[in-house]
Design a protein around this ligand. Structure first.
Ligand code: BG6
Length: 510
């Protein structure tokens, strides 16, 4: 009998024991995301025994001090709370390795330490290097790993690398980093993090589309009027983020990666299989089909950038973007961006995709809404109130993860009036347990050798190509700076409303 399961797919998601070496171990990401993710994998019984965690950083910390710091952080942020017994067992596998990122000797010592440890414990020599340092050290770390031979597969083990964001600051720097990464690790062993891909709801986009017969036949230009992707955040530049953010801006910080990834998942063709390349081949085609806004005029017409002014969020007075700590008072960096994208392929020709992202909006919420075309204007349009709009399918990425469908219904009563109603699915009530954090899934996948939820080299570069044109137009000194403004706590600038109004559409109210 033919085995209906492909070996590679069946064996997915079985993480293998390995040494996880985290560069930038004293940083925020390690404390707030990586260690809590590993802890919660342990709670769920998904962390293979034999996993060792070695934190590398410059500060002169001991194993004990490192563990204590991590424990304090885990107690504060862990998804499932903090259980001393689980923590103690995890902590006994956590170690600290003090080294400068440029210091070759530190890598030789690390190599020695890893092989001695493998020999002592009978480990296979599997290594997962996680580069979570400041981006200026990415090159040094990769080159030194290579010099120390740590990039090479051991006799029976593998060697993989996870690279955190930001993956470059434009196409040129991303290409350079890709050269360095791929000069050190093979592409199959390279895992570029985009934590949005690890979110449960982002993973569900493919299931919604390809495991339900009712949506896919309608998922095209014949039936869909337009699509909106919104990522709103209520916070601003707290915790000293202004320094990083002011050099980046909303477009580079979130659109180039997270939001274009969501767009690819929504717009891609069905992949031939669920292998990493099967899925990524389809996603990258979407990015390649994005119409390029490659002149200042096109950027002016299709992209709005803005900054928040002082305002009020949930009763709190907050400063304007340019008054934030570590932000240049004359900054021309956008804290908000709205864009109209067109995908020039057979399925989506003529269907606009609108993306908006902003800090200091009224709340934190990320969602994708699919706006279907309206019914023909016969029958109910003559009734009082007419038809109150087309169907809208909303995929709530966060918070309150779920999916809802807006439909029109008859209002009970003796006259015929139509009212929109909602069919609503909430993860929390349907499945009764919290979804794993994105980093849990991504770390487990990297240990299992499954790169589906990581960005491939060509995806990253295509996304930068699109973003670069816009950045170039914004920094073109011959064109006036097109920077709109809006009070913090509102839903963005008037110009973003006008962007949709020109197409006869409005932003969905969240
Ligand atoms: C990060 C950005 O990649 O994603 C931040 O640098 C942003 O600016 C964050 O706030 C949002 O992530 P999440 O998971 O909280 O939506």
């Amino acid at each position: 009998m033919i085995n209906p399961f492909r070996e590679d797919l069946v064996s997915r998601n079985l993480p293998e024991a390995c040494s996880i070496v985290i560069f930038g171990a004293t940083g925020d990401l390690t404390h707030r995301k990586l260690i809590p993710a590993l802890y919660n994998l342990a709670v769920d019984g998904e962390l293979p025994s034999g996993v060792r965690i070695i934190g590398v950083a410059r500060r002169d910390w001991s194993d004990e001090y490192f563990r204590e710091e991590l424990k304090r952080a885990n107690q504060k942020v862990s998804r499932t709370g903090h259980d001393e017994a689980v923590w103690d067992s995890l902590a006994s596998s956590i170690f600290y390795h003090c080294s400068e990122f440029q210091d070759k000797e530190g890598y030789d010592k690390l190599a020695k330490r890893l092989s001695e440890d493998d020999r002592a414990r009978g480990g296979k020599g599997n290594r997962l290097f996680y580069i979570a340092s400041a981006p200026e050290y990415f090159d040094d770390i990769l080159l030194n790993l290579k010099e120390a031979g740590l990039n090479r597969e051991q006799e029976s083990g593998w060697s993989r690398v996870i690279v955190e964001k930001p993956f470059g600051t434009d196409l040129g720097t991303a290409q350079h980093l890709n050269e360095v990464v791929n000069g050190t690790f093979e592409e199959k062993d390279t895992y570029r993090i985009d934590h949005y891909l690890g979110k449960e709801t982002a993973q569900n986009i493919m299931v919604l589309r390809f495991a339900n017969a009712i949506f896919e036949p309608m998922w095209n230009k014949e039936h869909i009027d337009h699509i909106q992707i919104t990522c709103a955040e209520h916070f601003g530049m707290e915790g000293g983020r202004g320094g990083y953010y002011d050099k980046s801006g909303a477009l580079r910080d979130m659109v180039q990666n997270h939001l274009l990834q969501l767009l690819s998942l929504v717009a891609m063709e069905p992949p031939t299989d669920l292998s990493a390349d099967g899925v990524r081949d389809e996603k990258v085609k979407v990015l390649r089909s994005l119409r390029q806004w490659d002149t200042p005029e096109l950027v002016g017409k299709n992209v709005v950038r803005a900054q928040y002014l002082a305002g009020n969020i949930n009763g709190d007075e907050v400063p304007g973007y340019r008054e934030e700590e570590r932000v240049n008072p004359e900054s021309l960096t956008e804290s908000y961006v709205a864009l109209r994208c067109l995908i020039d392929n057979w399925r989506w020709s003529g269907v606009p995709f609108y993306i908006r992202m902003g800090k200091r909006l009224p709340k934190k919420a990320t969602e994708i809404s699919i706006h279907f075309k309206e019914t023909p204007t016969v029958l109910f349009n003559a009734m009082p109130g007419g038809v109150p709009g087309g169907n809208v399918l909303v995929i709530r990425i966060q918070p309150d993860e779920g999916i809802s469908l807006r439909m029109n219904s008859k209002l009970p009563g003796t006259t015929l009036r139509l009212e929109p109603v909602k069919m609503d699915f909430h993860y929390s009530t349907s499945f009764g347990k919290s979804s794993p954090e994105a980093y849990e899934r991504l770390l487990a996948d990297a240990m299992a050798g499954d790169a589906t939820l990581f960005a491939r080299r060509d995806e990253v570069e295509e996304a930068w190509r699109f973003v670069d044109h816009i950045e170039r137009a914004w920094h073109d000194t011959r064109t006036p700076p097109m920077m709109a403004e809006f009070p913090a706590g509102s839903w963005g600038p008037r110009e973003a409303d006008e962007l949709l109004a020109r197409d006869g559409k409005t932003w969905r109210r969240l």
